[in-house]
Design a protein around this ligand. Structure first.
Ligand SMILES: C[S@@+](CC[C@H](N)C(=O)[O-])C[C@H]1O[C@@H](n2cnc3c(N)ncnc32)[C@H](O)[C@@H]1O
Length: 192
């Protein structure tokens, strides 16, 4: 899936990228490597995540933050001394791109509403998988689509998170945007 995903981004060569739902930053690093290859130092990656499990976000699906590989646990706990699911750890992982990245710790339902979306050319939507959150996120990304940008949504047809598909289908129907379901129903690519 990694290659498929990066090929999709390569088609649009965005200079300003927003990832909603960064988690440990693995995809973020691949995105930054690709954007750096295309634009050299002239790109911006914005990553937004809760970076925390608490009462306020208990309804969101947060992946298991424990590693199955014990070596990774040891690496983060004793060598890095960082919680891998934290802004600090992702900042560390992306340190090579420190002048190009901007990480935000917060809830997309609130943060996106207050963010200037006018310069963002590509959004990878992979944050909250709850119907209301996906719908809010999509509505807050409308400007990106209207400006000829792309919103690529992950987990379109995920059995345990049916709210993602429901929100995307309703959003498309209501706004009459173009939507391509790609990679075996994994992604929904929304454009004008
Ligand atoms: C599937 S993971 C993201 C994986 C990441 N995109 C990758 O490819 O490596 C989903 C992430 O979304 C975050 N998340 C869930 N609800 C959120 C919300 N309302 N606002 C911001 N982030 C949220 C979780 O903390 C989690 O890290």
């Amino acid at each position: 899936m990694g290659e498929f995903f990066l090929t999709e981004i390569l088609k649009k060569k965005p200079k300003t990228f927003l990832e909603v739902g960064v988690f440990h930053g693995v995809t973020a690093r691949n995105i930054c490597e690709l954007l750096n290859e295309i634009h050299k130092n002239d790109f911006k990656y914005i990553g937004l995540d809760l970076f925390e499990e608490n009462d306020e976000n208990k309804d969101e699906i947060i992946p298991n933050t424990k590693f199955s590989n014990p070596l990774k646990t040891i690496y983060f706990r004793y060598i890095k001394r960082l919680n891998p699911y934290s802004k600090e750890a992702v900042q560390d992982l992306l340190s090579k791109f420190k002048n190009n990245i901007y990480l935000i710790k917060g809830n997309s339902n609130k943060v996106l509403r207050e963010m200037d979306m006018s310069k963002i050319e590509y959004v990878f939507l992979d944050g909250g998988h709850d119907y209301n959150t996906v719908m809010n996120d999509l509505n807050n990304c409308k400007e990106v689509i209207k400006n000829n940008g792309t919103v690529l949504c992950d987990d379109y047809d995920l059995g345990y998170a049916p709210g993602v598909k429901k929100a995307i289908d309703e959003f498309i129907e209501h706004n009459k945007f173009k939507c391509e379901i790609i990679c075996n129903d994994r992604f929904a690519k929304i454009e004008l």
